[in-house]
Design a protein around this ligand. Structure first.
Ligand SMILES: [Zn+2]
Length: 526
């Protein structure tokens, strides 16, 4: 058991110590950046936005916050009014979060077998048929960056529509809020993206953009300024589904070498008192060590986990660099938050935290609390998809750790530690053998919501992402969706986000959400 205790204790204690030493450097860097104008995006053409500010109090106090994630073409295909009616009548939705940019996807749309068949119109496969960007952009907002949004082919379906303008009236008539969502991703729809790509430990360009690159930051600030000056948006959710360099080594999502060591990150690291060459060397050695573990080569006689710890002890720069990665990412959030708030203070701006950081990335959770993110977060939306979490824990967590630094544990031992570290009830959650057939319980939603609300400490809202009909998931049960929704509210969530995508959601499951929302509303009145 010693190794288990060491694992939890070492990661937690070390990161807490690093937090303390690096936080001051982070704040110093932030001040420098602001003074240098990097994050000081000027407010552009504020007068263009003429509609009155929408206050969240417009939604009756007794109506729980119920948002939904939506793809733009789904609403246009089903008809804006019909679609809004359906989500309001079934799931009591009052906030509609639609993609304004689908940067993460090569193409929006899904194969027919992943789409709900019961929305009133026959399901249609929209892959490769619709745009990735759903708002009109204006060049003057991108003067501080070399990046531009590529224009979409006018031949794509709905390319001539302007959904975020078209849906305002129908949404207002139904007392619903119009909100935009974005997932960061590849540079497929972005011109000059190569300029901002990360640089790995071997000096090669990575696949993603560098958080620290000024052009990337100005791109996001310009993009949201443009949107909030031209559209009547009540809310904004932004997310980036990628891990930090340490996690991507020990729990590899891909085989990419660790990043980022570009000139901007090297400068940032040095300013924080970290030797960039030592950080790079440590990451390179750790990466090569773990790659060897994944191969057929013999395991180190001294112990797989022991030698892993040796790299962290010899190169404490690994943890410091990881923390800089995170704080740089948080500064991108802050840049967008400040930009939007200058234009429309009443807009609710928050962040999508995907399933890995929300439910098993202990490095992400240890780096900072949700309270520390609160100064630039009106809400933090966590993915708490209870059913699909089980197969994800099996293939994305247990199997990956087994092939890297936790190969000395059985899958059962590894799963038990996971449940203990995250505070989930192992008597209610699946065993290793059940993970591919049975989802996590509604009690998981309750416990993770409660833990996250405690982490936010009343400083920002926690929105629970209730997910169902997600491909690869054990079969959804409306009764468990009803329970999970109630459990989120009981756990202290300020609201829920019905997830993952509206086009996947079957009506009986949407109705299960609505039943729970009405039940919660009735309880609050008592
Ligand atoms: Zn960089």
């Amino acid at each position: 058991m010693l190794i288990l205790i060491l694992f939890a204790a070492f990661i937690r204690v070390t990161l807490v110590i690093m937090n303390e030493t690096n936080r001051r450097a982070f704040l110093g860097n932030l001040a420098t950046l602001v003074a240098g104008g990097l994050m000081n995006q000027p407010t552009l053409a504020q007068s263009l936005f003429t509609s009155p500010a929408v206050n969240f109090s417009d939604v009756a106090d007794t109506d729980p916050y119920v948002a939904i994630q939506m793809s733009p073409h789904s609403m246009l295909y089903e008809g804006i009014g019909a679609c809004l009616d359906l989500i309001q009548k079934t799931a009591a939705v009052n906030y509609v979060y639609t993609y304004s940019h689908a940067f993460h996807a090569n193409t929006l749309g899904k194969p027919l077998n992943q789409m709900a068949p019961d929305h009133g119109k026959p399901a249609r496969d929209f892959r490769n048929k619709v745009p990735m960007v759903w708002v009109k952009h204006h060049d003057e907002y991108f003067k501080q960056t070399k990046l531009r949004i590529k224009s979409a082919s006018p031949l794509l379906e709905y390319a001539d529509r302007d959904l975020f303008k078209e849906m305002v009236k129908p949404a207002r008539e139904r007392n619903m809020k119009v909100c935009a969502r974005i997932l960061e991703g590849s540079g497929l729809a972005i011109e000059n993206f190569d300029l901002v790509r990360t640089v790995d430990v071997y000096g090669k360009r990575g696949s993603k953009a560098c958080w620290t690159h000024p052009d990337y930051r100005h791109f996001w600030n310009g993009l949201v300024a443009d949107m909030f000056n031209h559209y009547e948006l009540d809310g904004f959710q932004w997310g980036a589904e990628r891990m930090g360099p340490l996690m991507n080594i020990i729990l590899p999502w891909n085989d990419d070498a660790p990043t980022c060591f570009c000139e901007h990150c090297v400068q940032r690291g040095r300013a924080a008192g970290i030797d960039p060459e030592r950080a790079k060397e440590g990451y390179r050695k750790l990466y090569e060590y773990v790659r060897q573990l994944k191969s057929a080569a013999p395991k180190p006689a001294e112990g797989v986990y022991t030698v892993y710890l040796r790299y962290l002890i010899r190169y404490p720069e690994i943890l410091s660099w990881q923390y800089q990665y995170r704080t740089s990412r948080e500064e991108v959030h802050k840049g967008m938050y400040d930009t939007i708030k200058k234009i429309k203070p009443s807009a609710e701006v928050g962040w999508h935290v995907d399933q890995q950081p929300a439910s098993w990335d202990v490095v992400y959770r240890a780096e900072m609390s949700y309270e520390e993110m609160a100064p630039y977060s009106d809400f933090i939306k966590l993915i708490l998809y209870h059913e699909v979490l089980a197969p994800r824990i099996k293939s994305w967590y247990l199997d990956r750790f087994k092939s890297t630094i936790l190969s000395e544990l059985t899958l059962e031992e590894s799963l038990n530690i996971y449940y203990d570290i995250f505070g989930y009830d192992k008597t209610k959650e699946p065993t290793v053998d059940e993970l591919t057939k049975k989802g996590f319980s509604p009690d998981f939603v309750f416990r993770e919501t409660k833990r996250s609300v405690a982490s936010a400490n009343g400083k920002t809202k926690i929105i629970a992402g209730i997910g169902f009909d997600v491909p690869g998931s054990p079969k959804d049960d409306p009764e468990r969706i009803y329970q999970a929704t109630l459990k989120a509210f009981e756990g202290g969530a300020s609201g829920i986000m019905v997830s993952r995508e509206y086009e996947e959601m079957r009506v009986p499951n949407l109705e299960a959400v609505g039943r729970a929302v009405r039940e919660w509303k009735a309880r609050k009145k008592m």
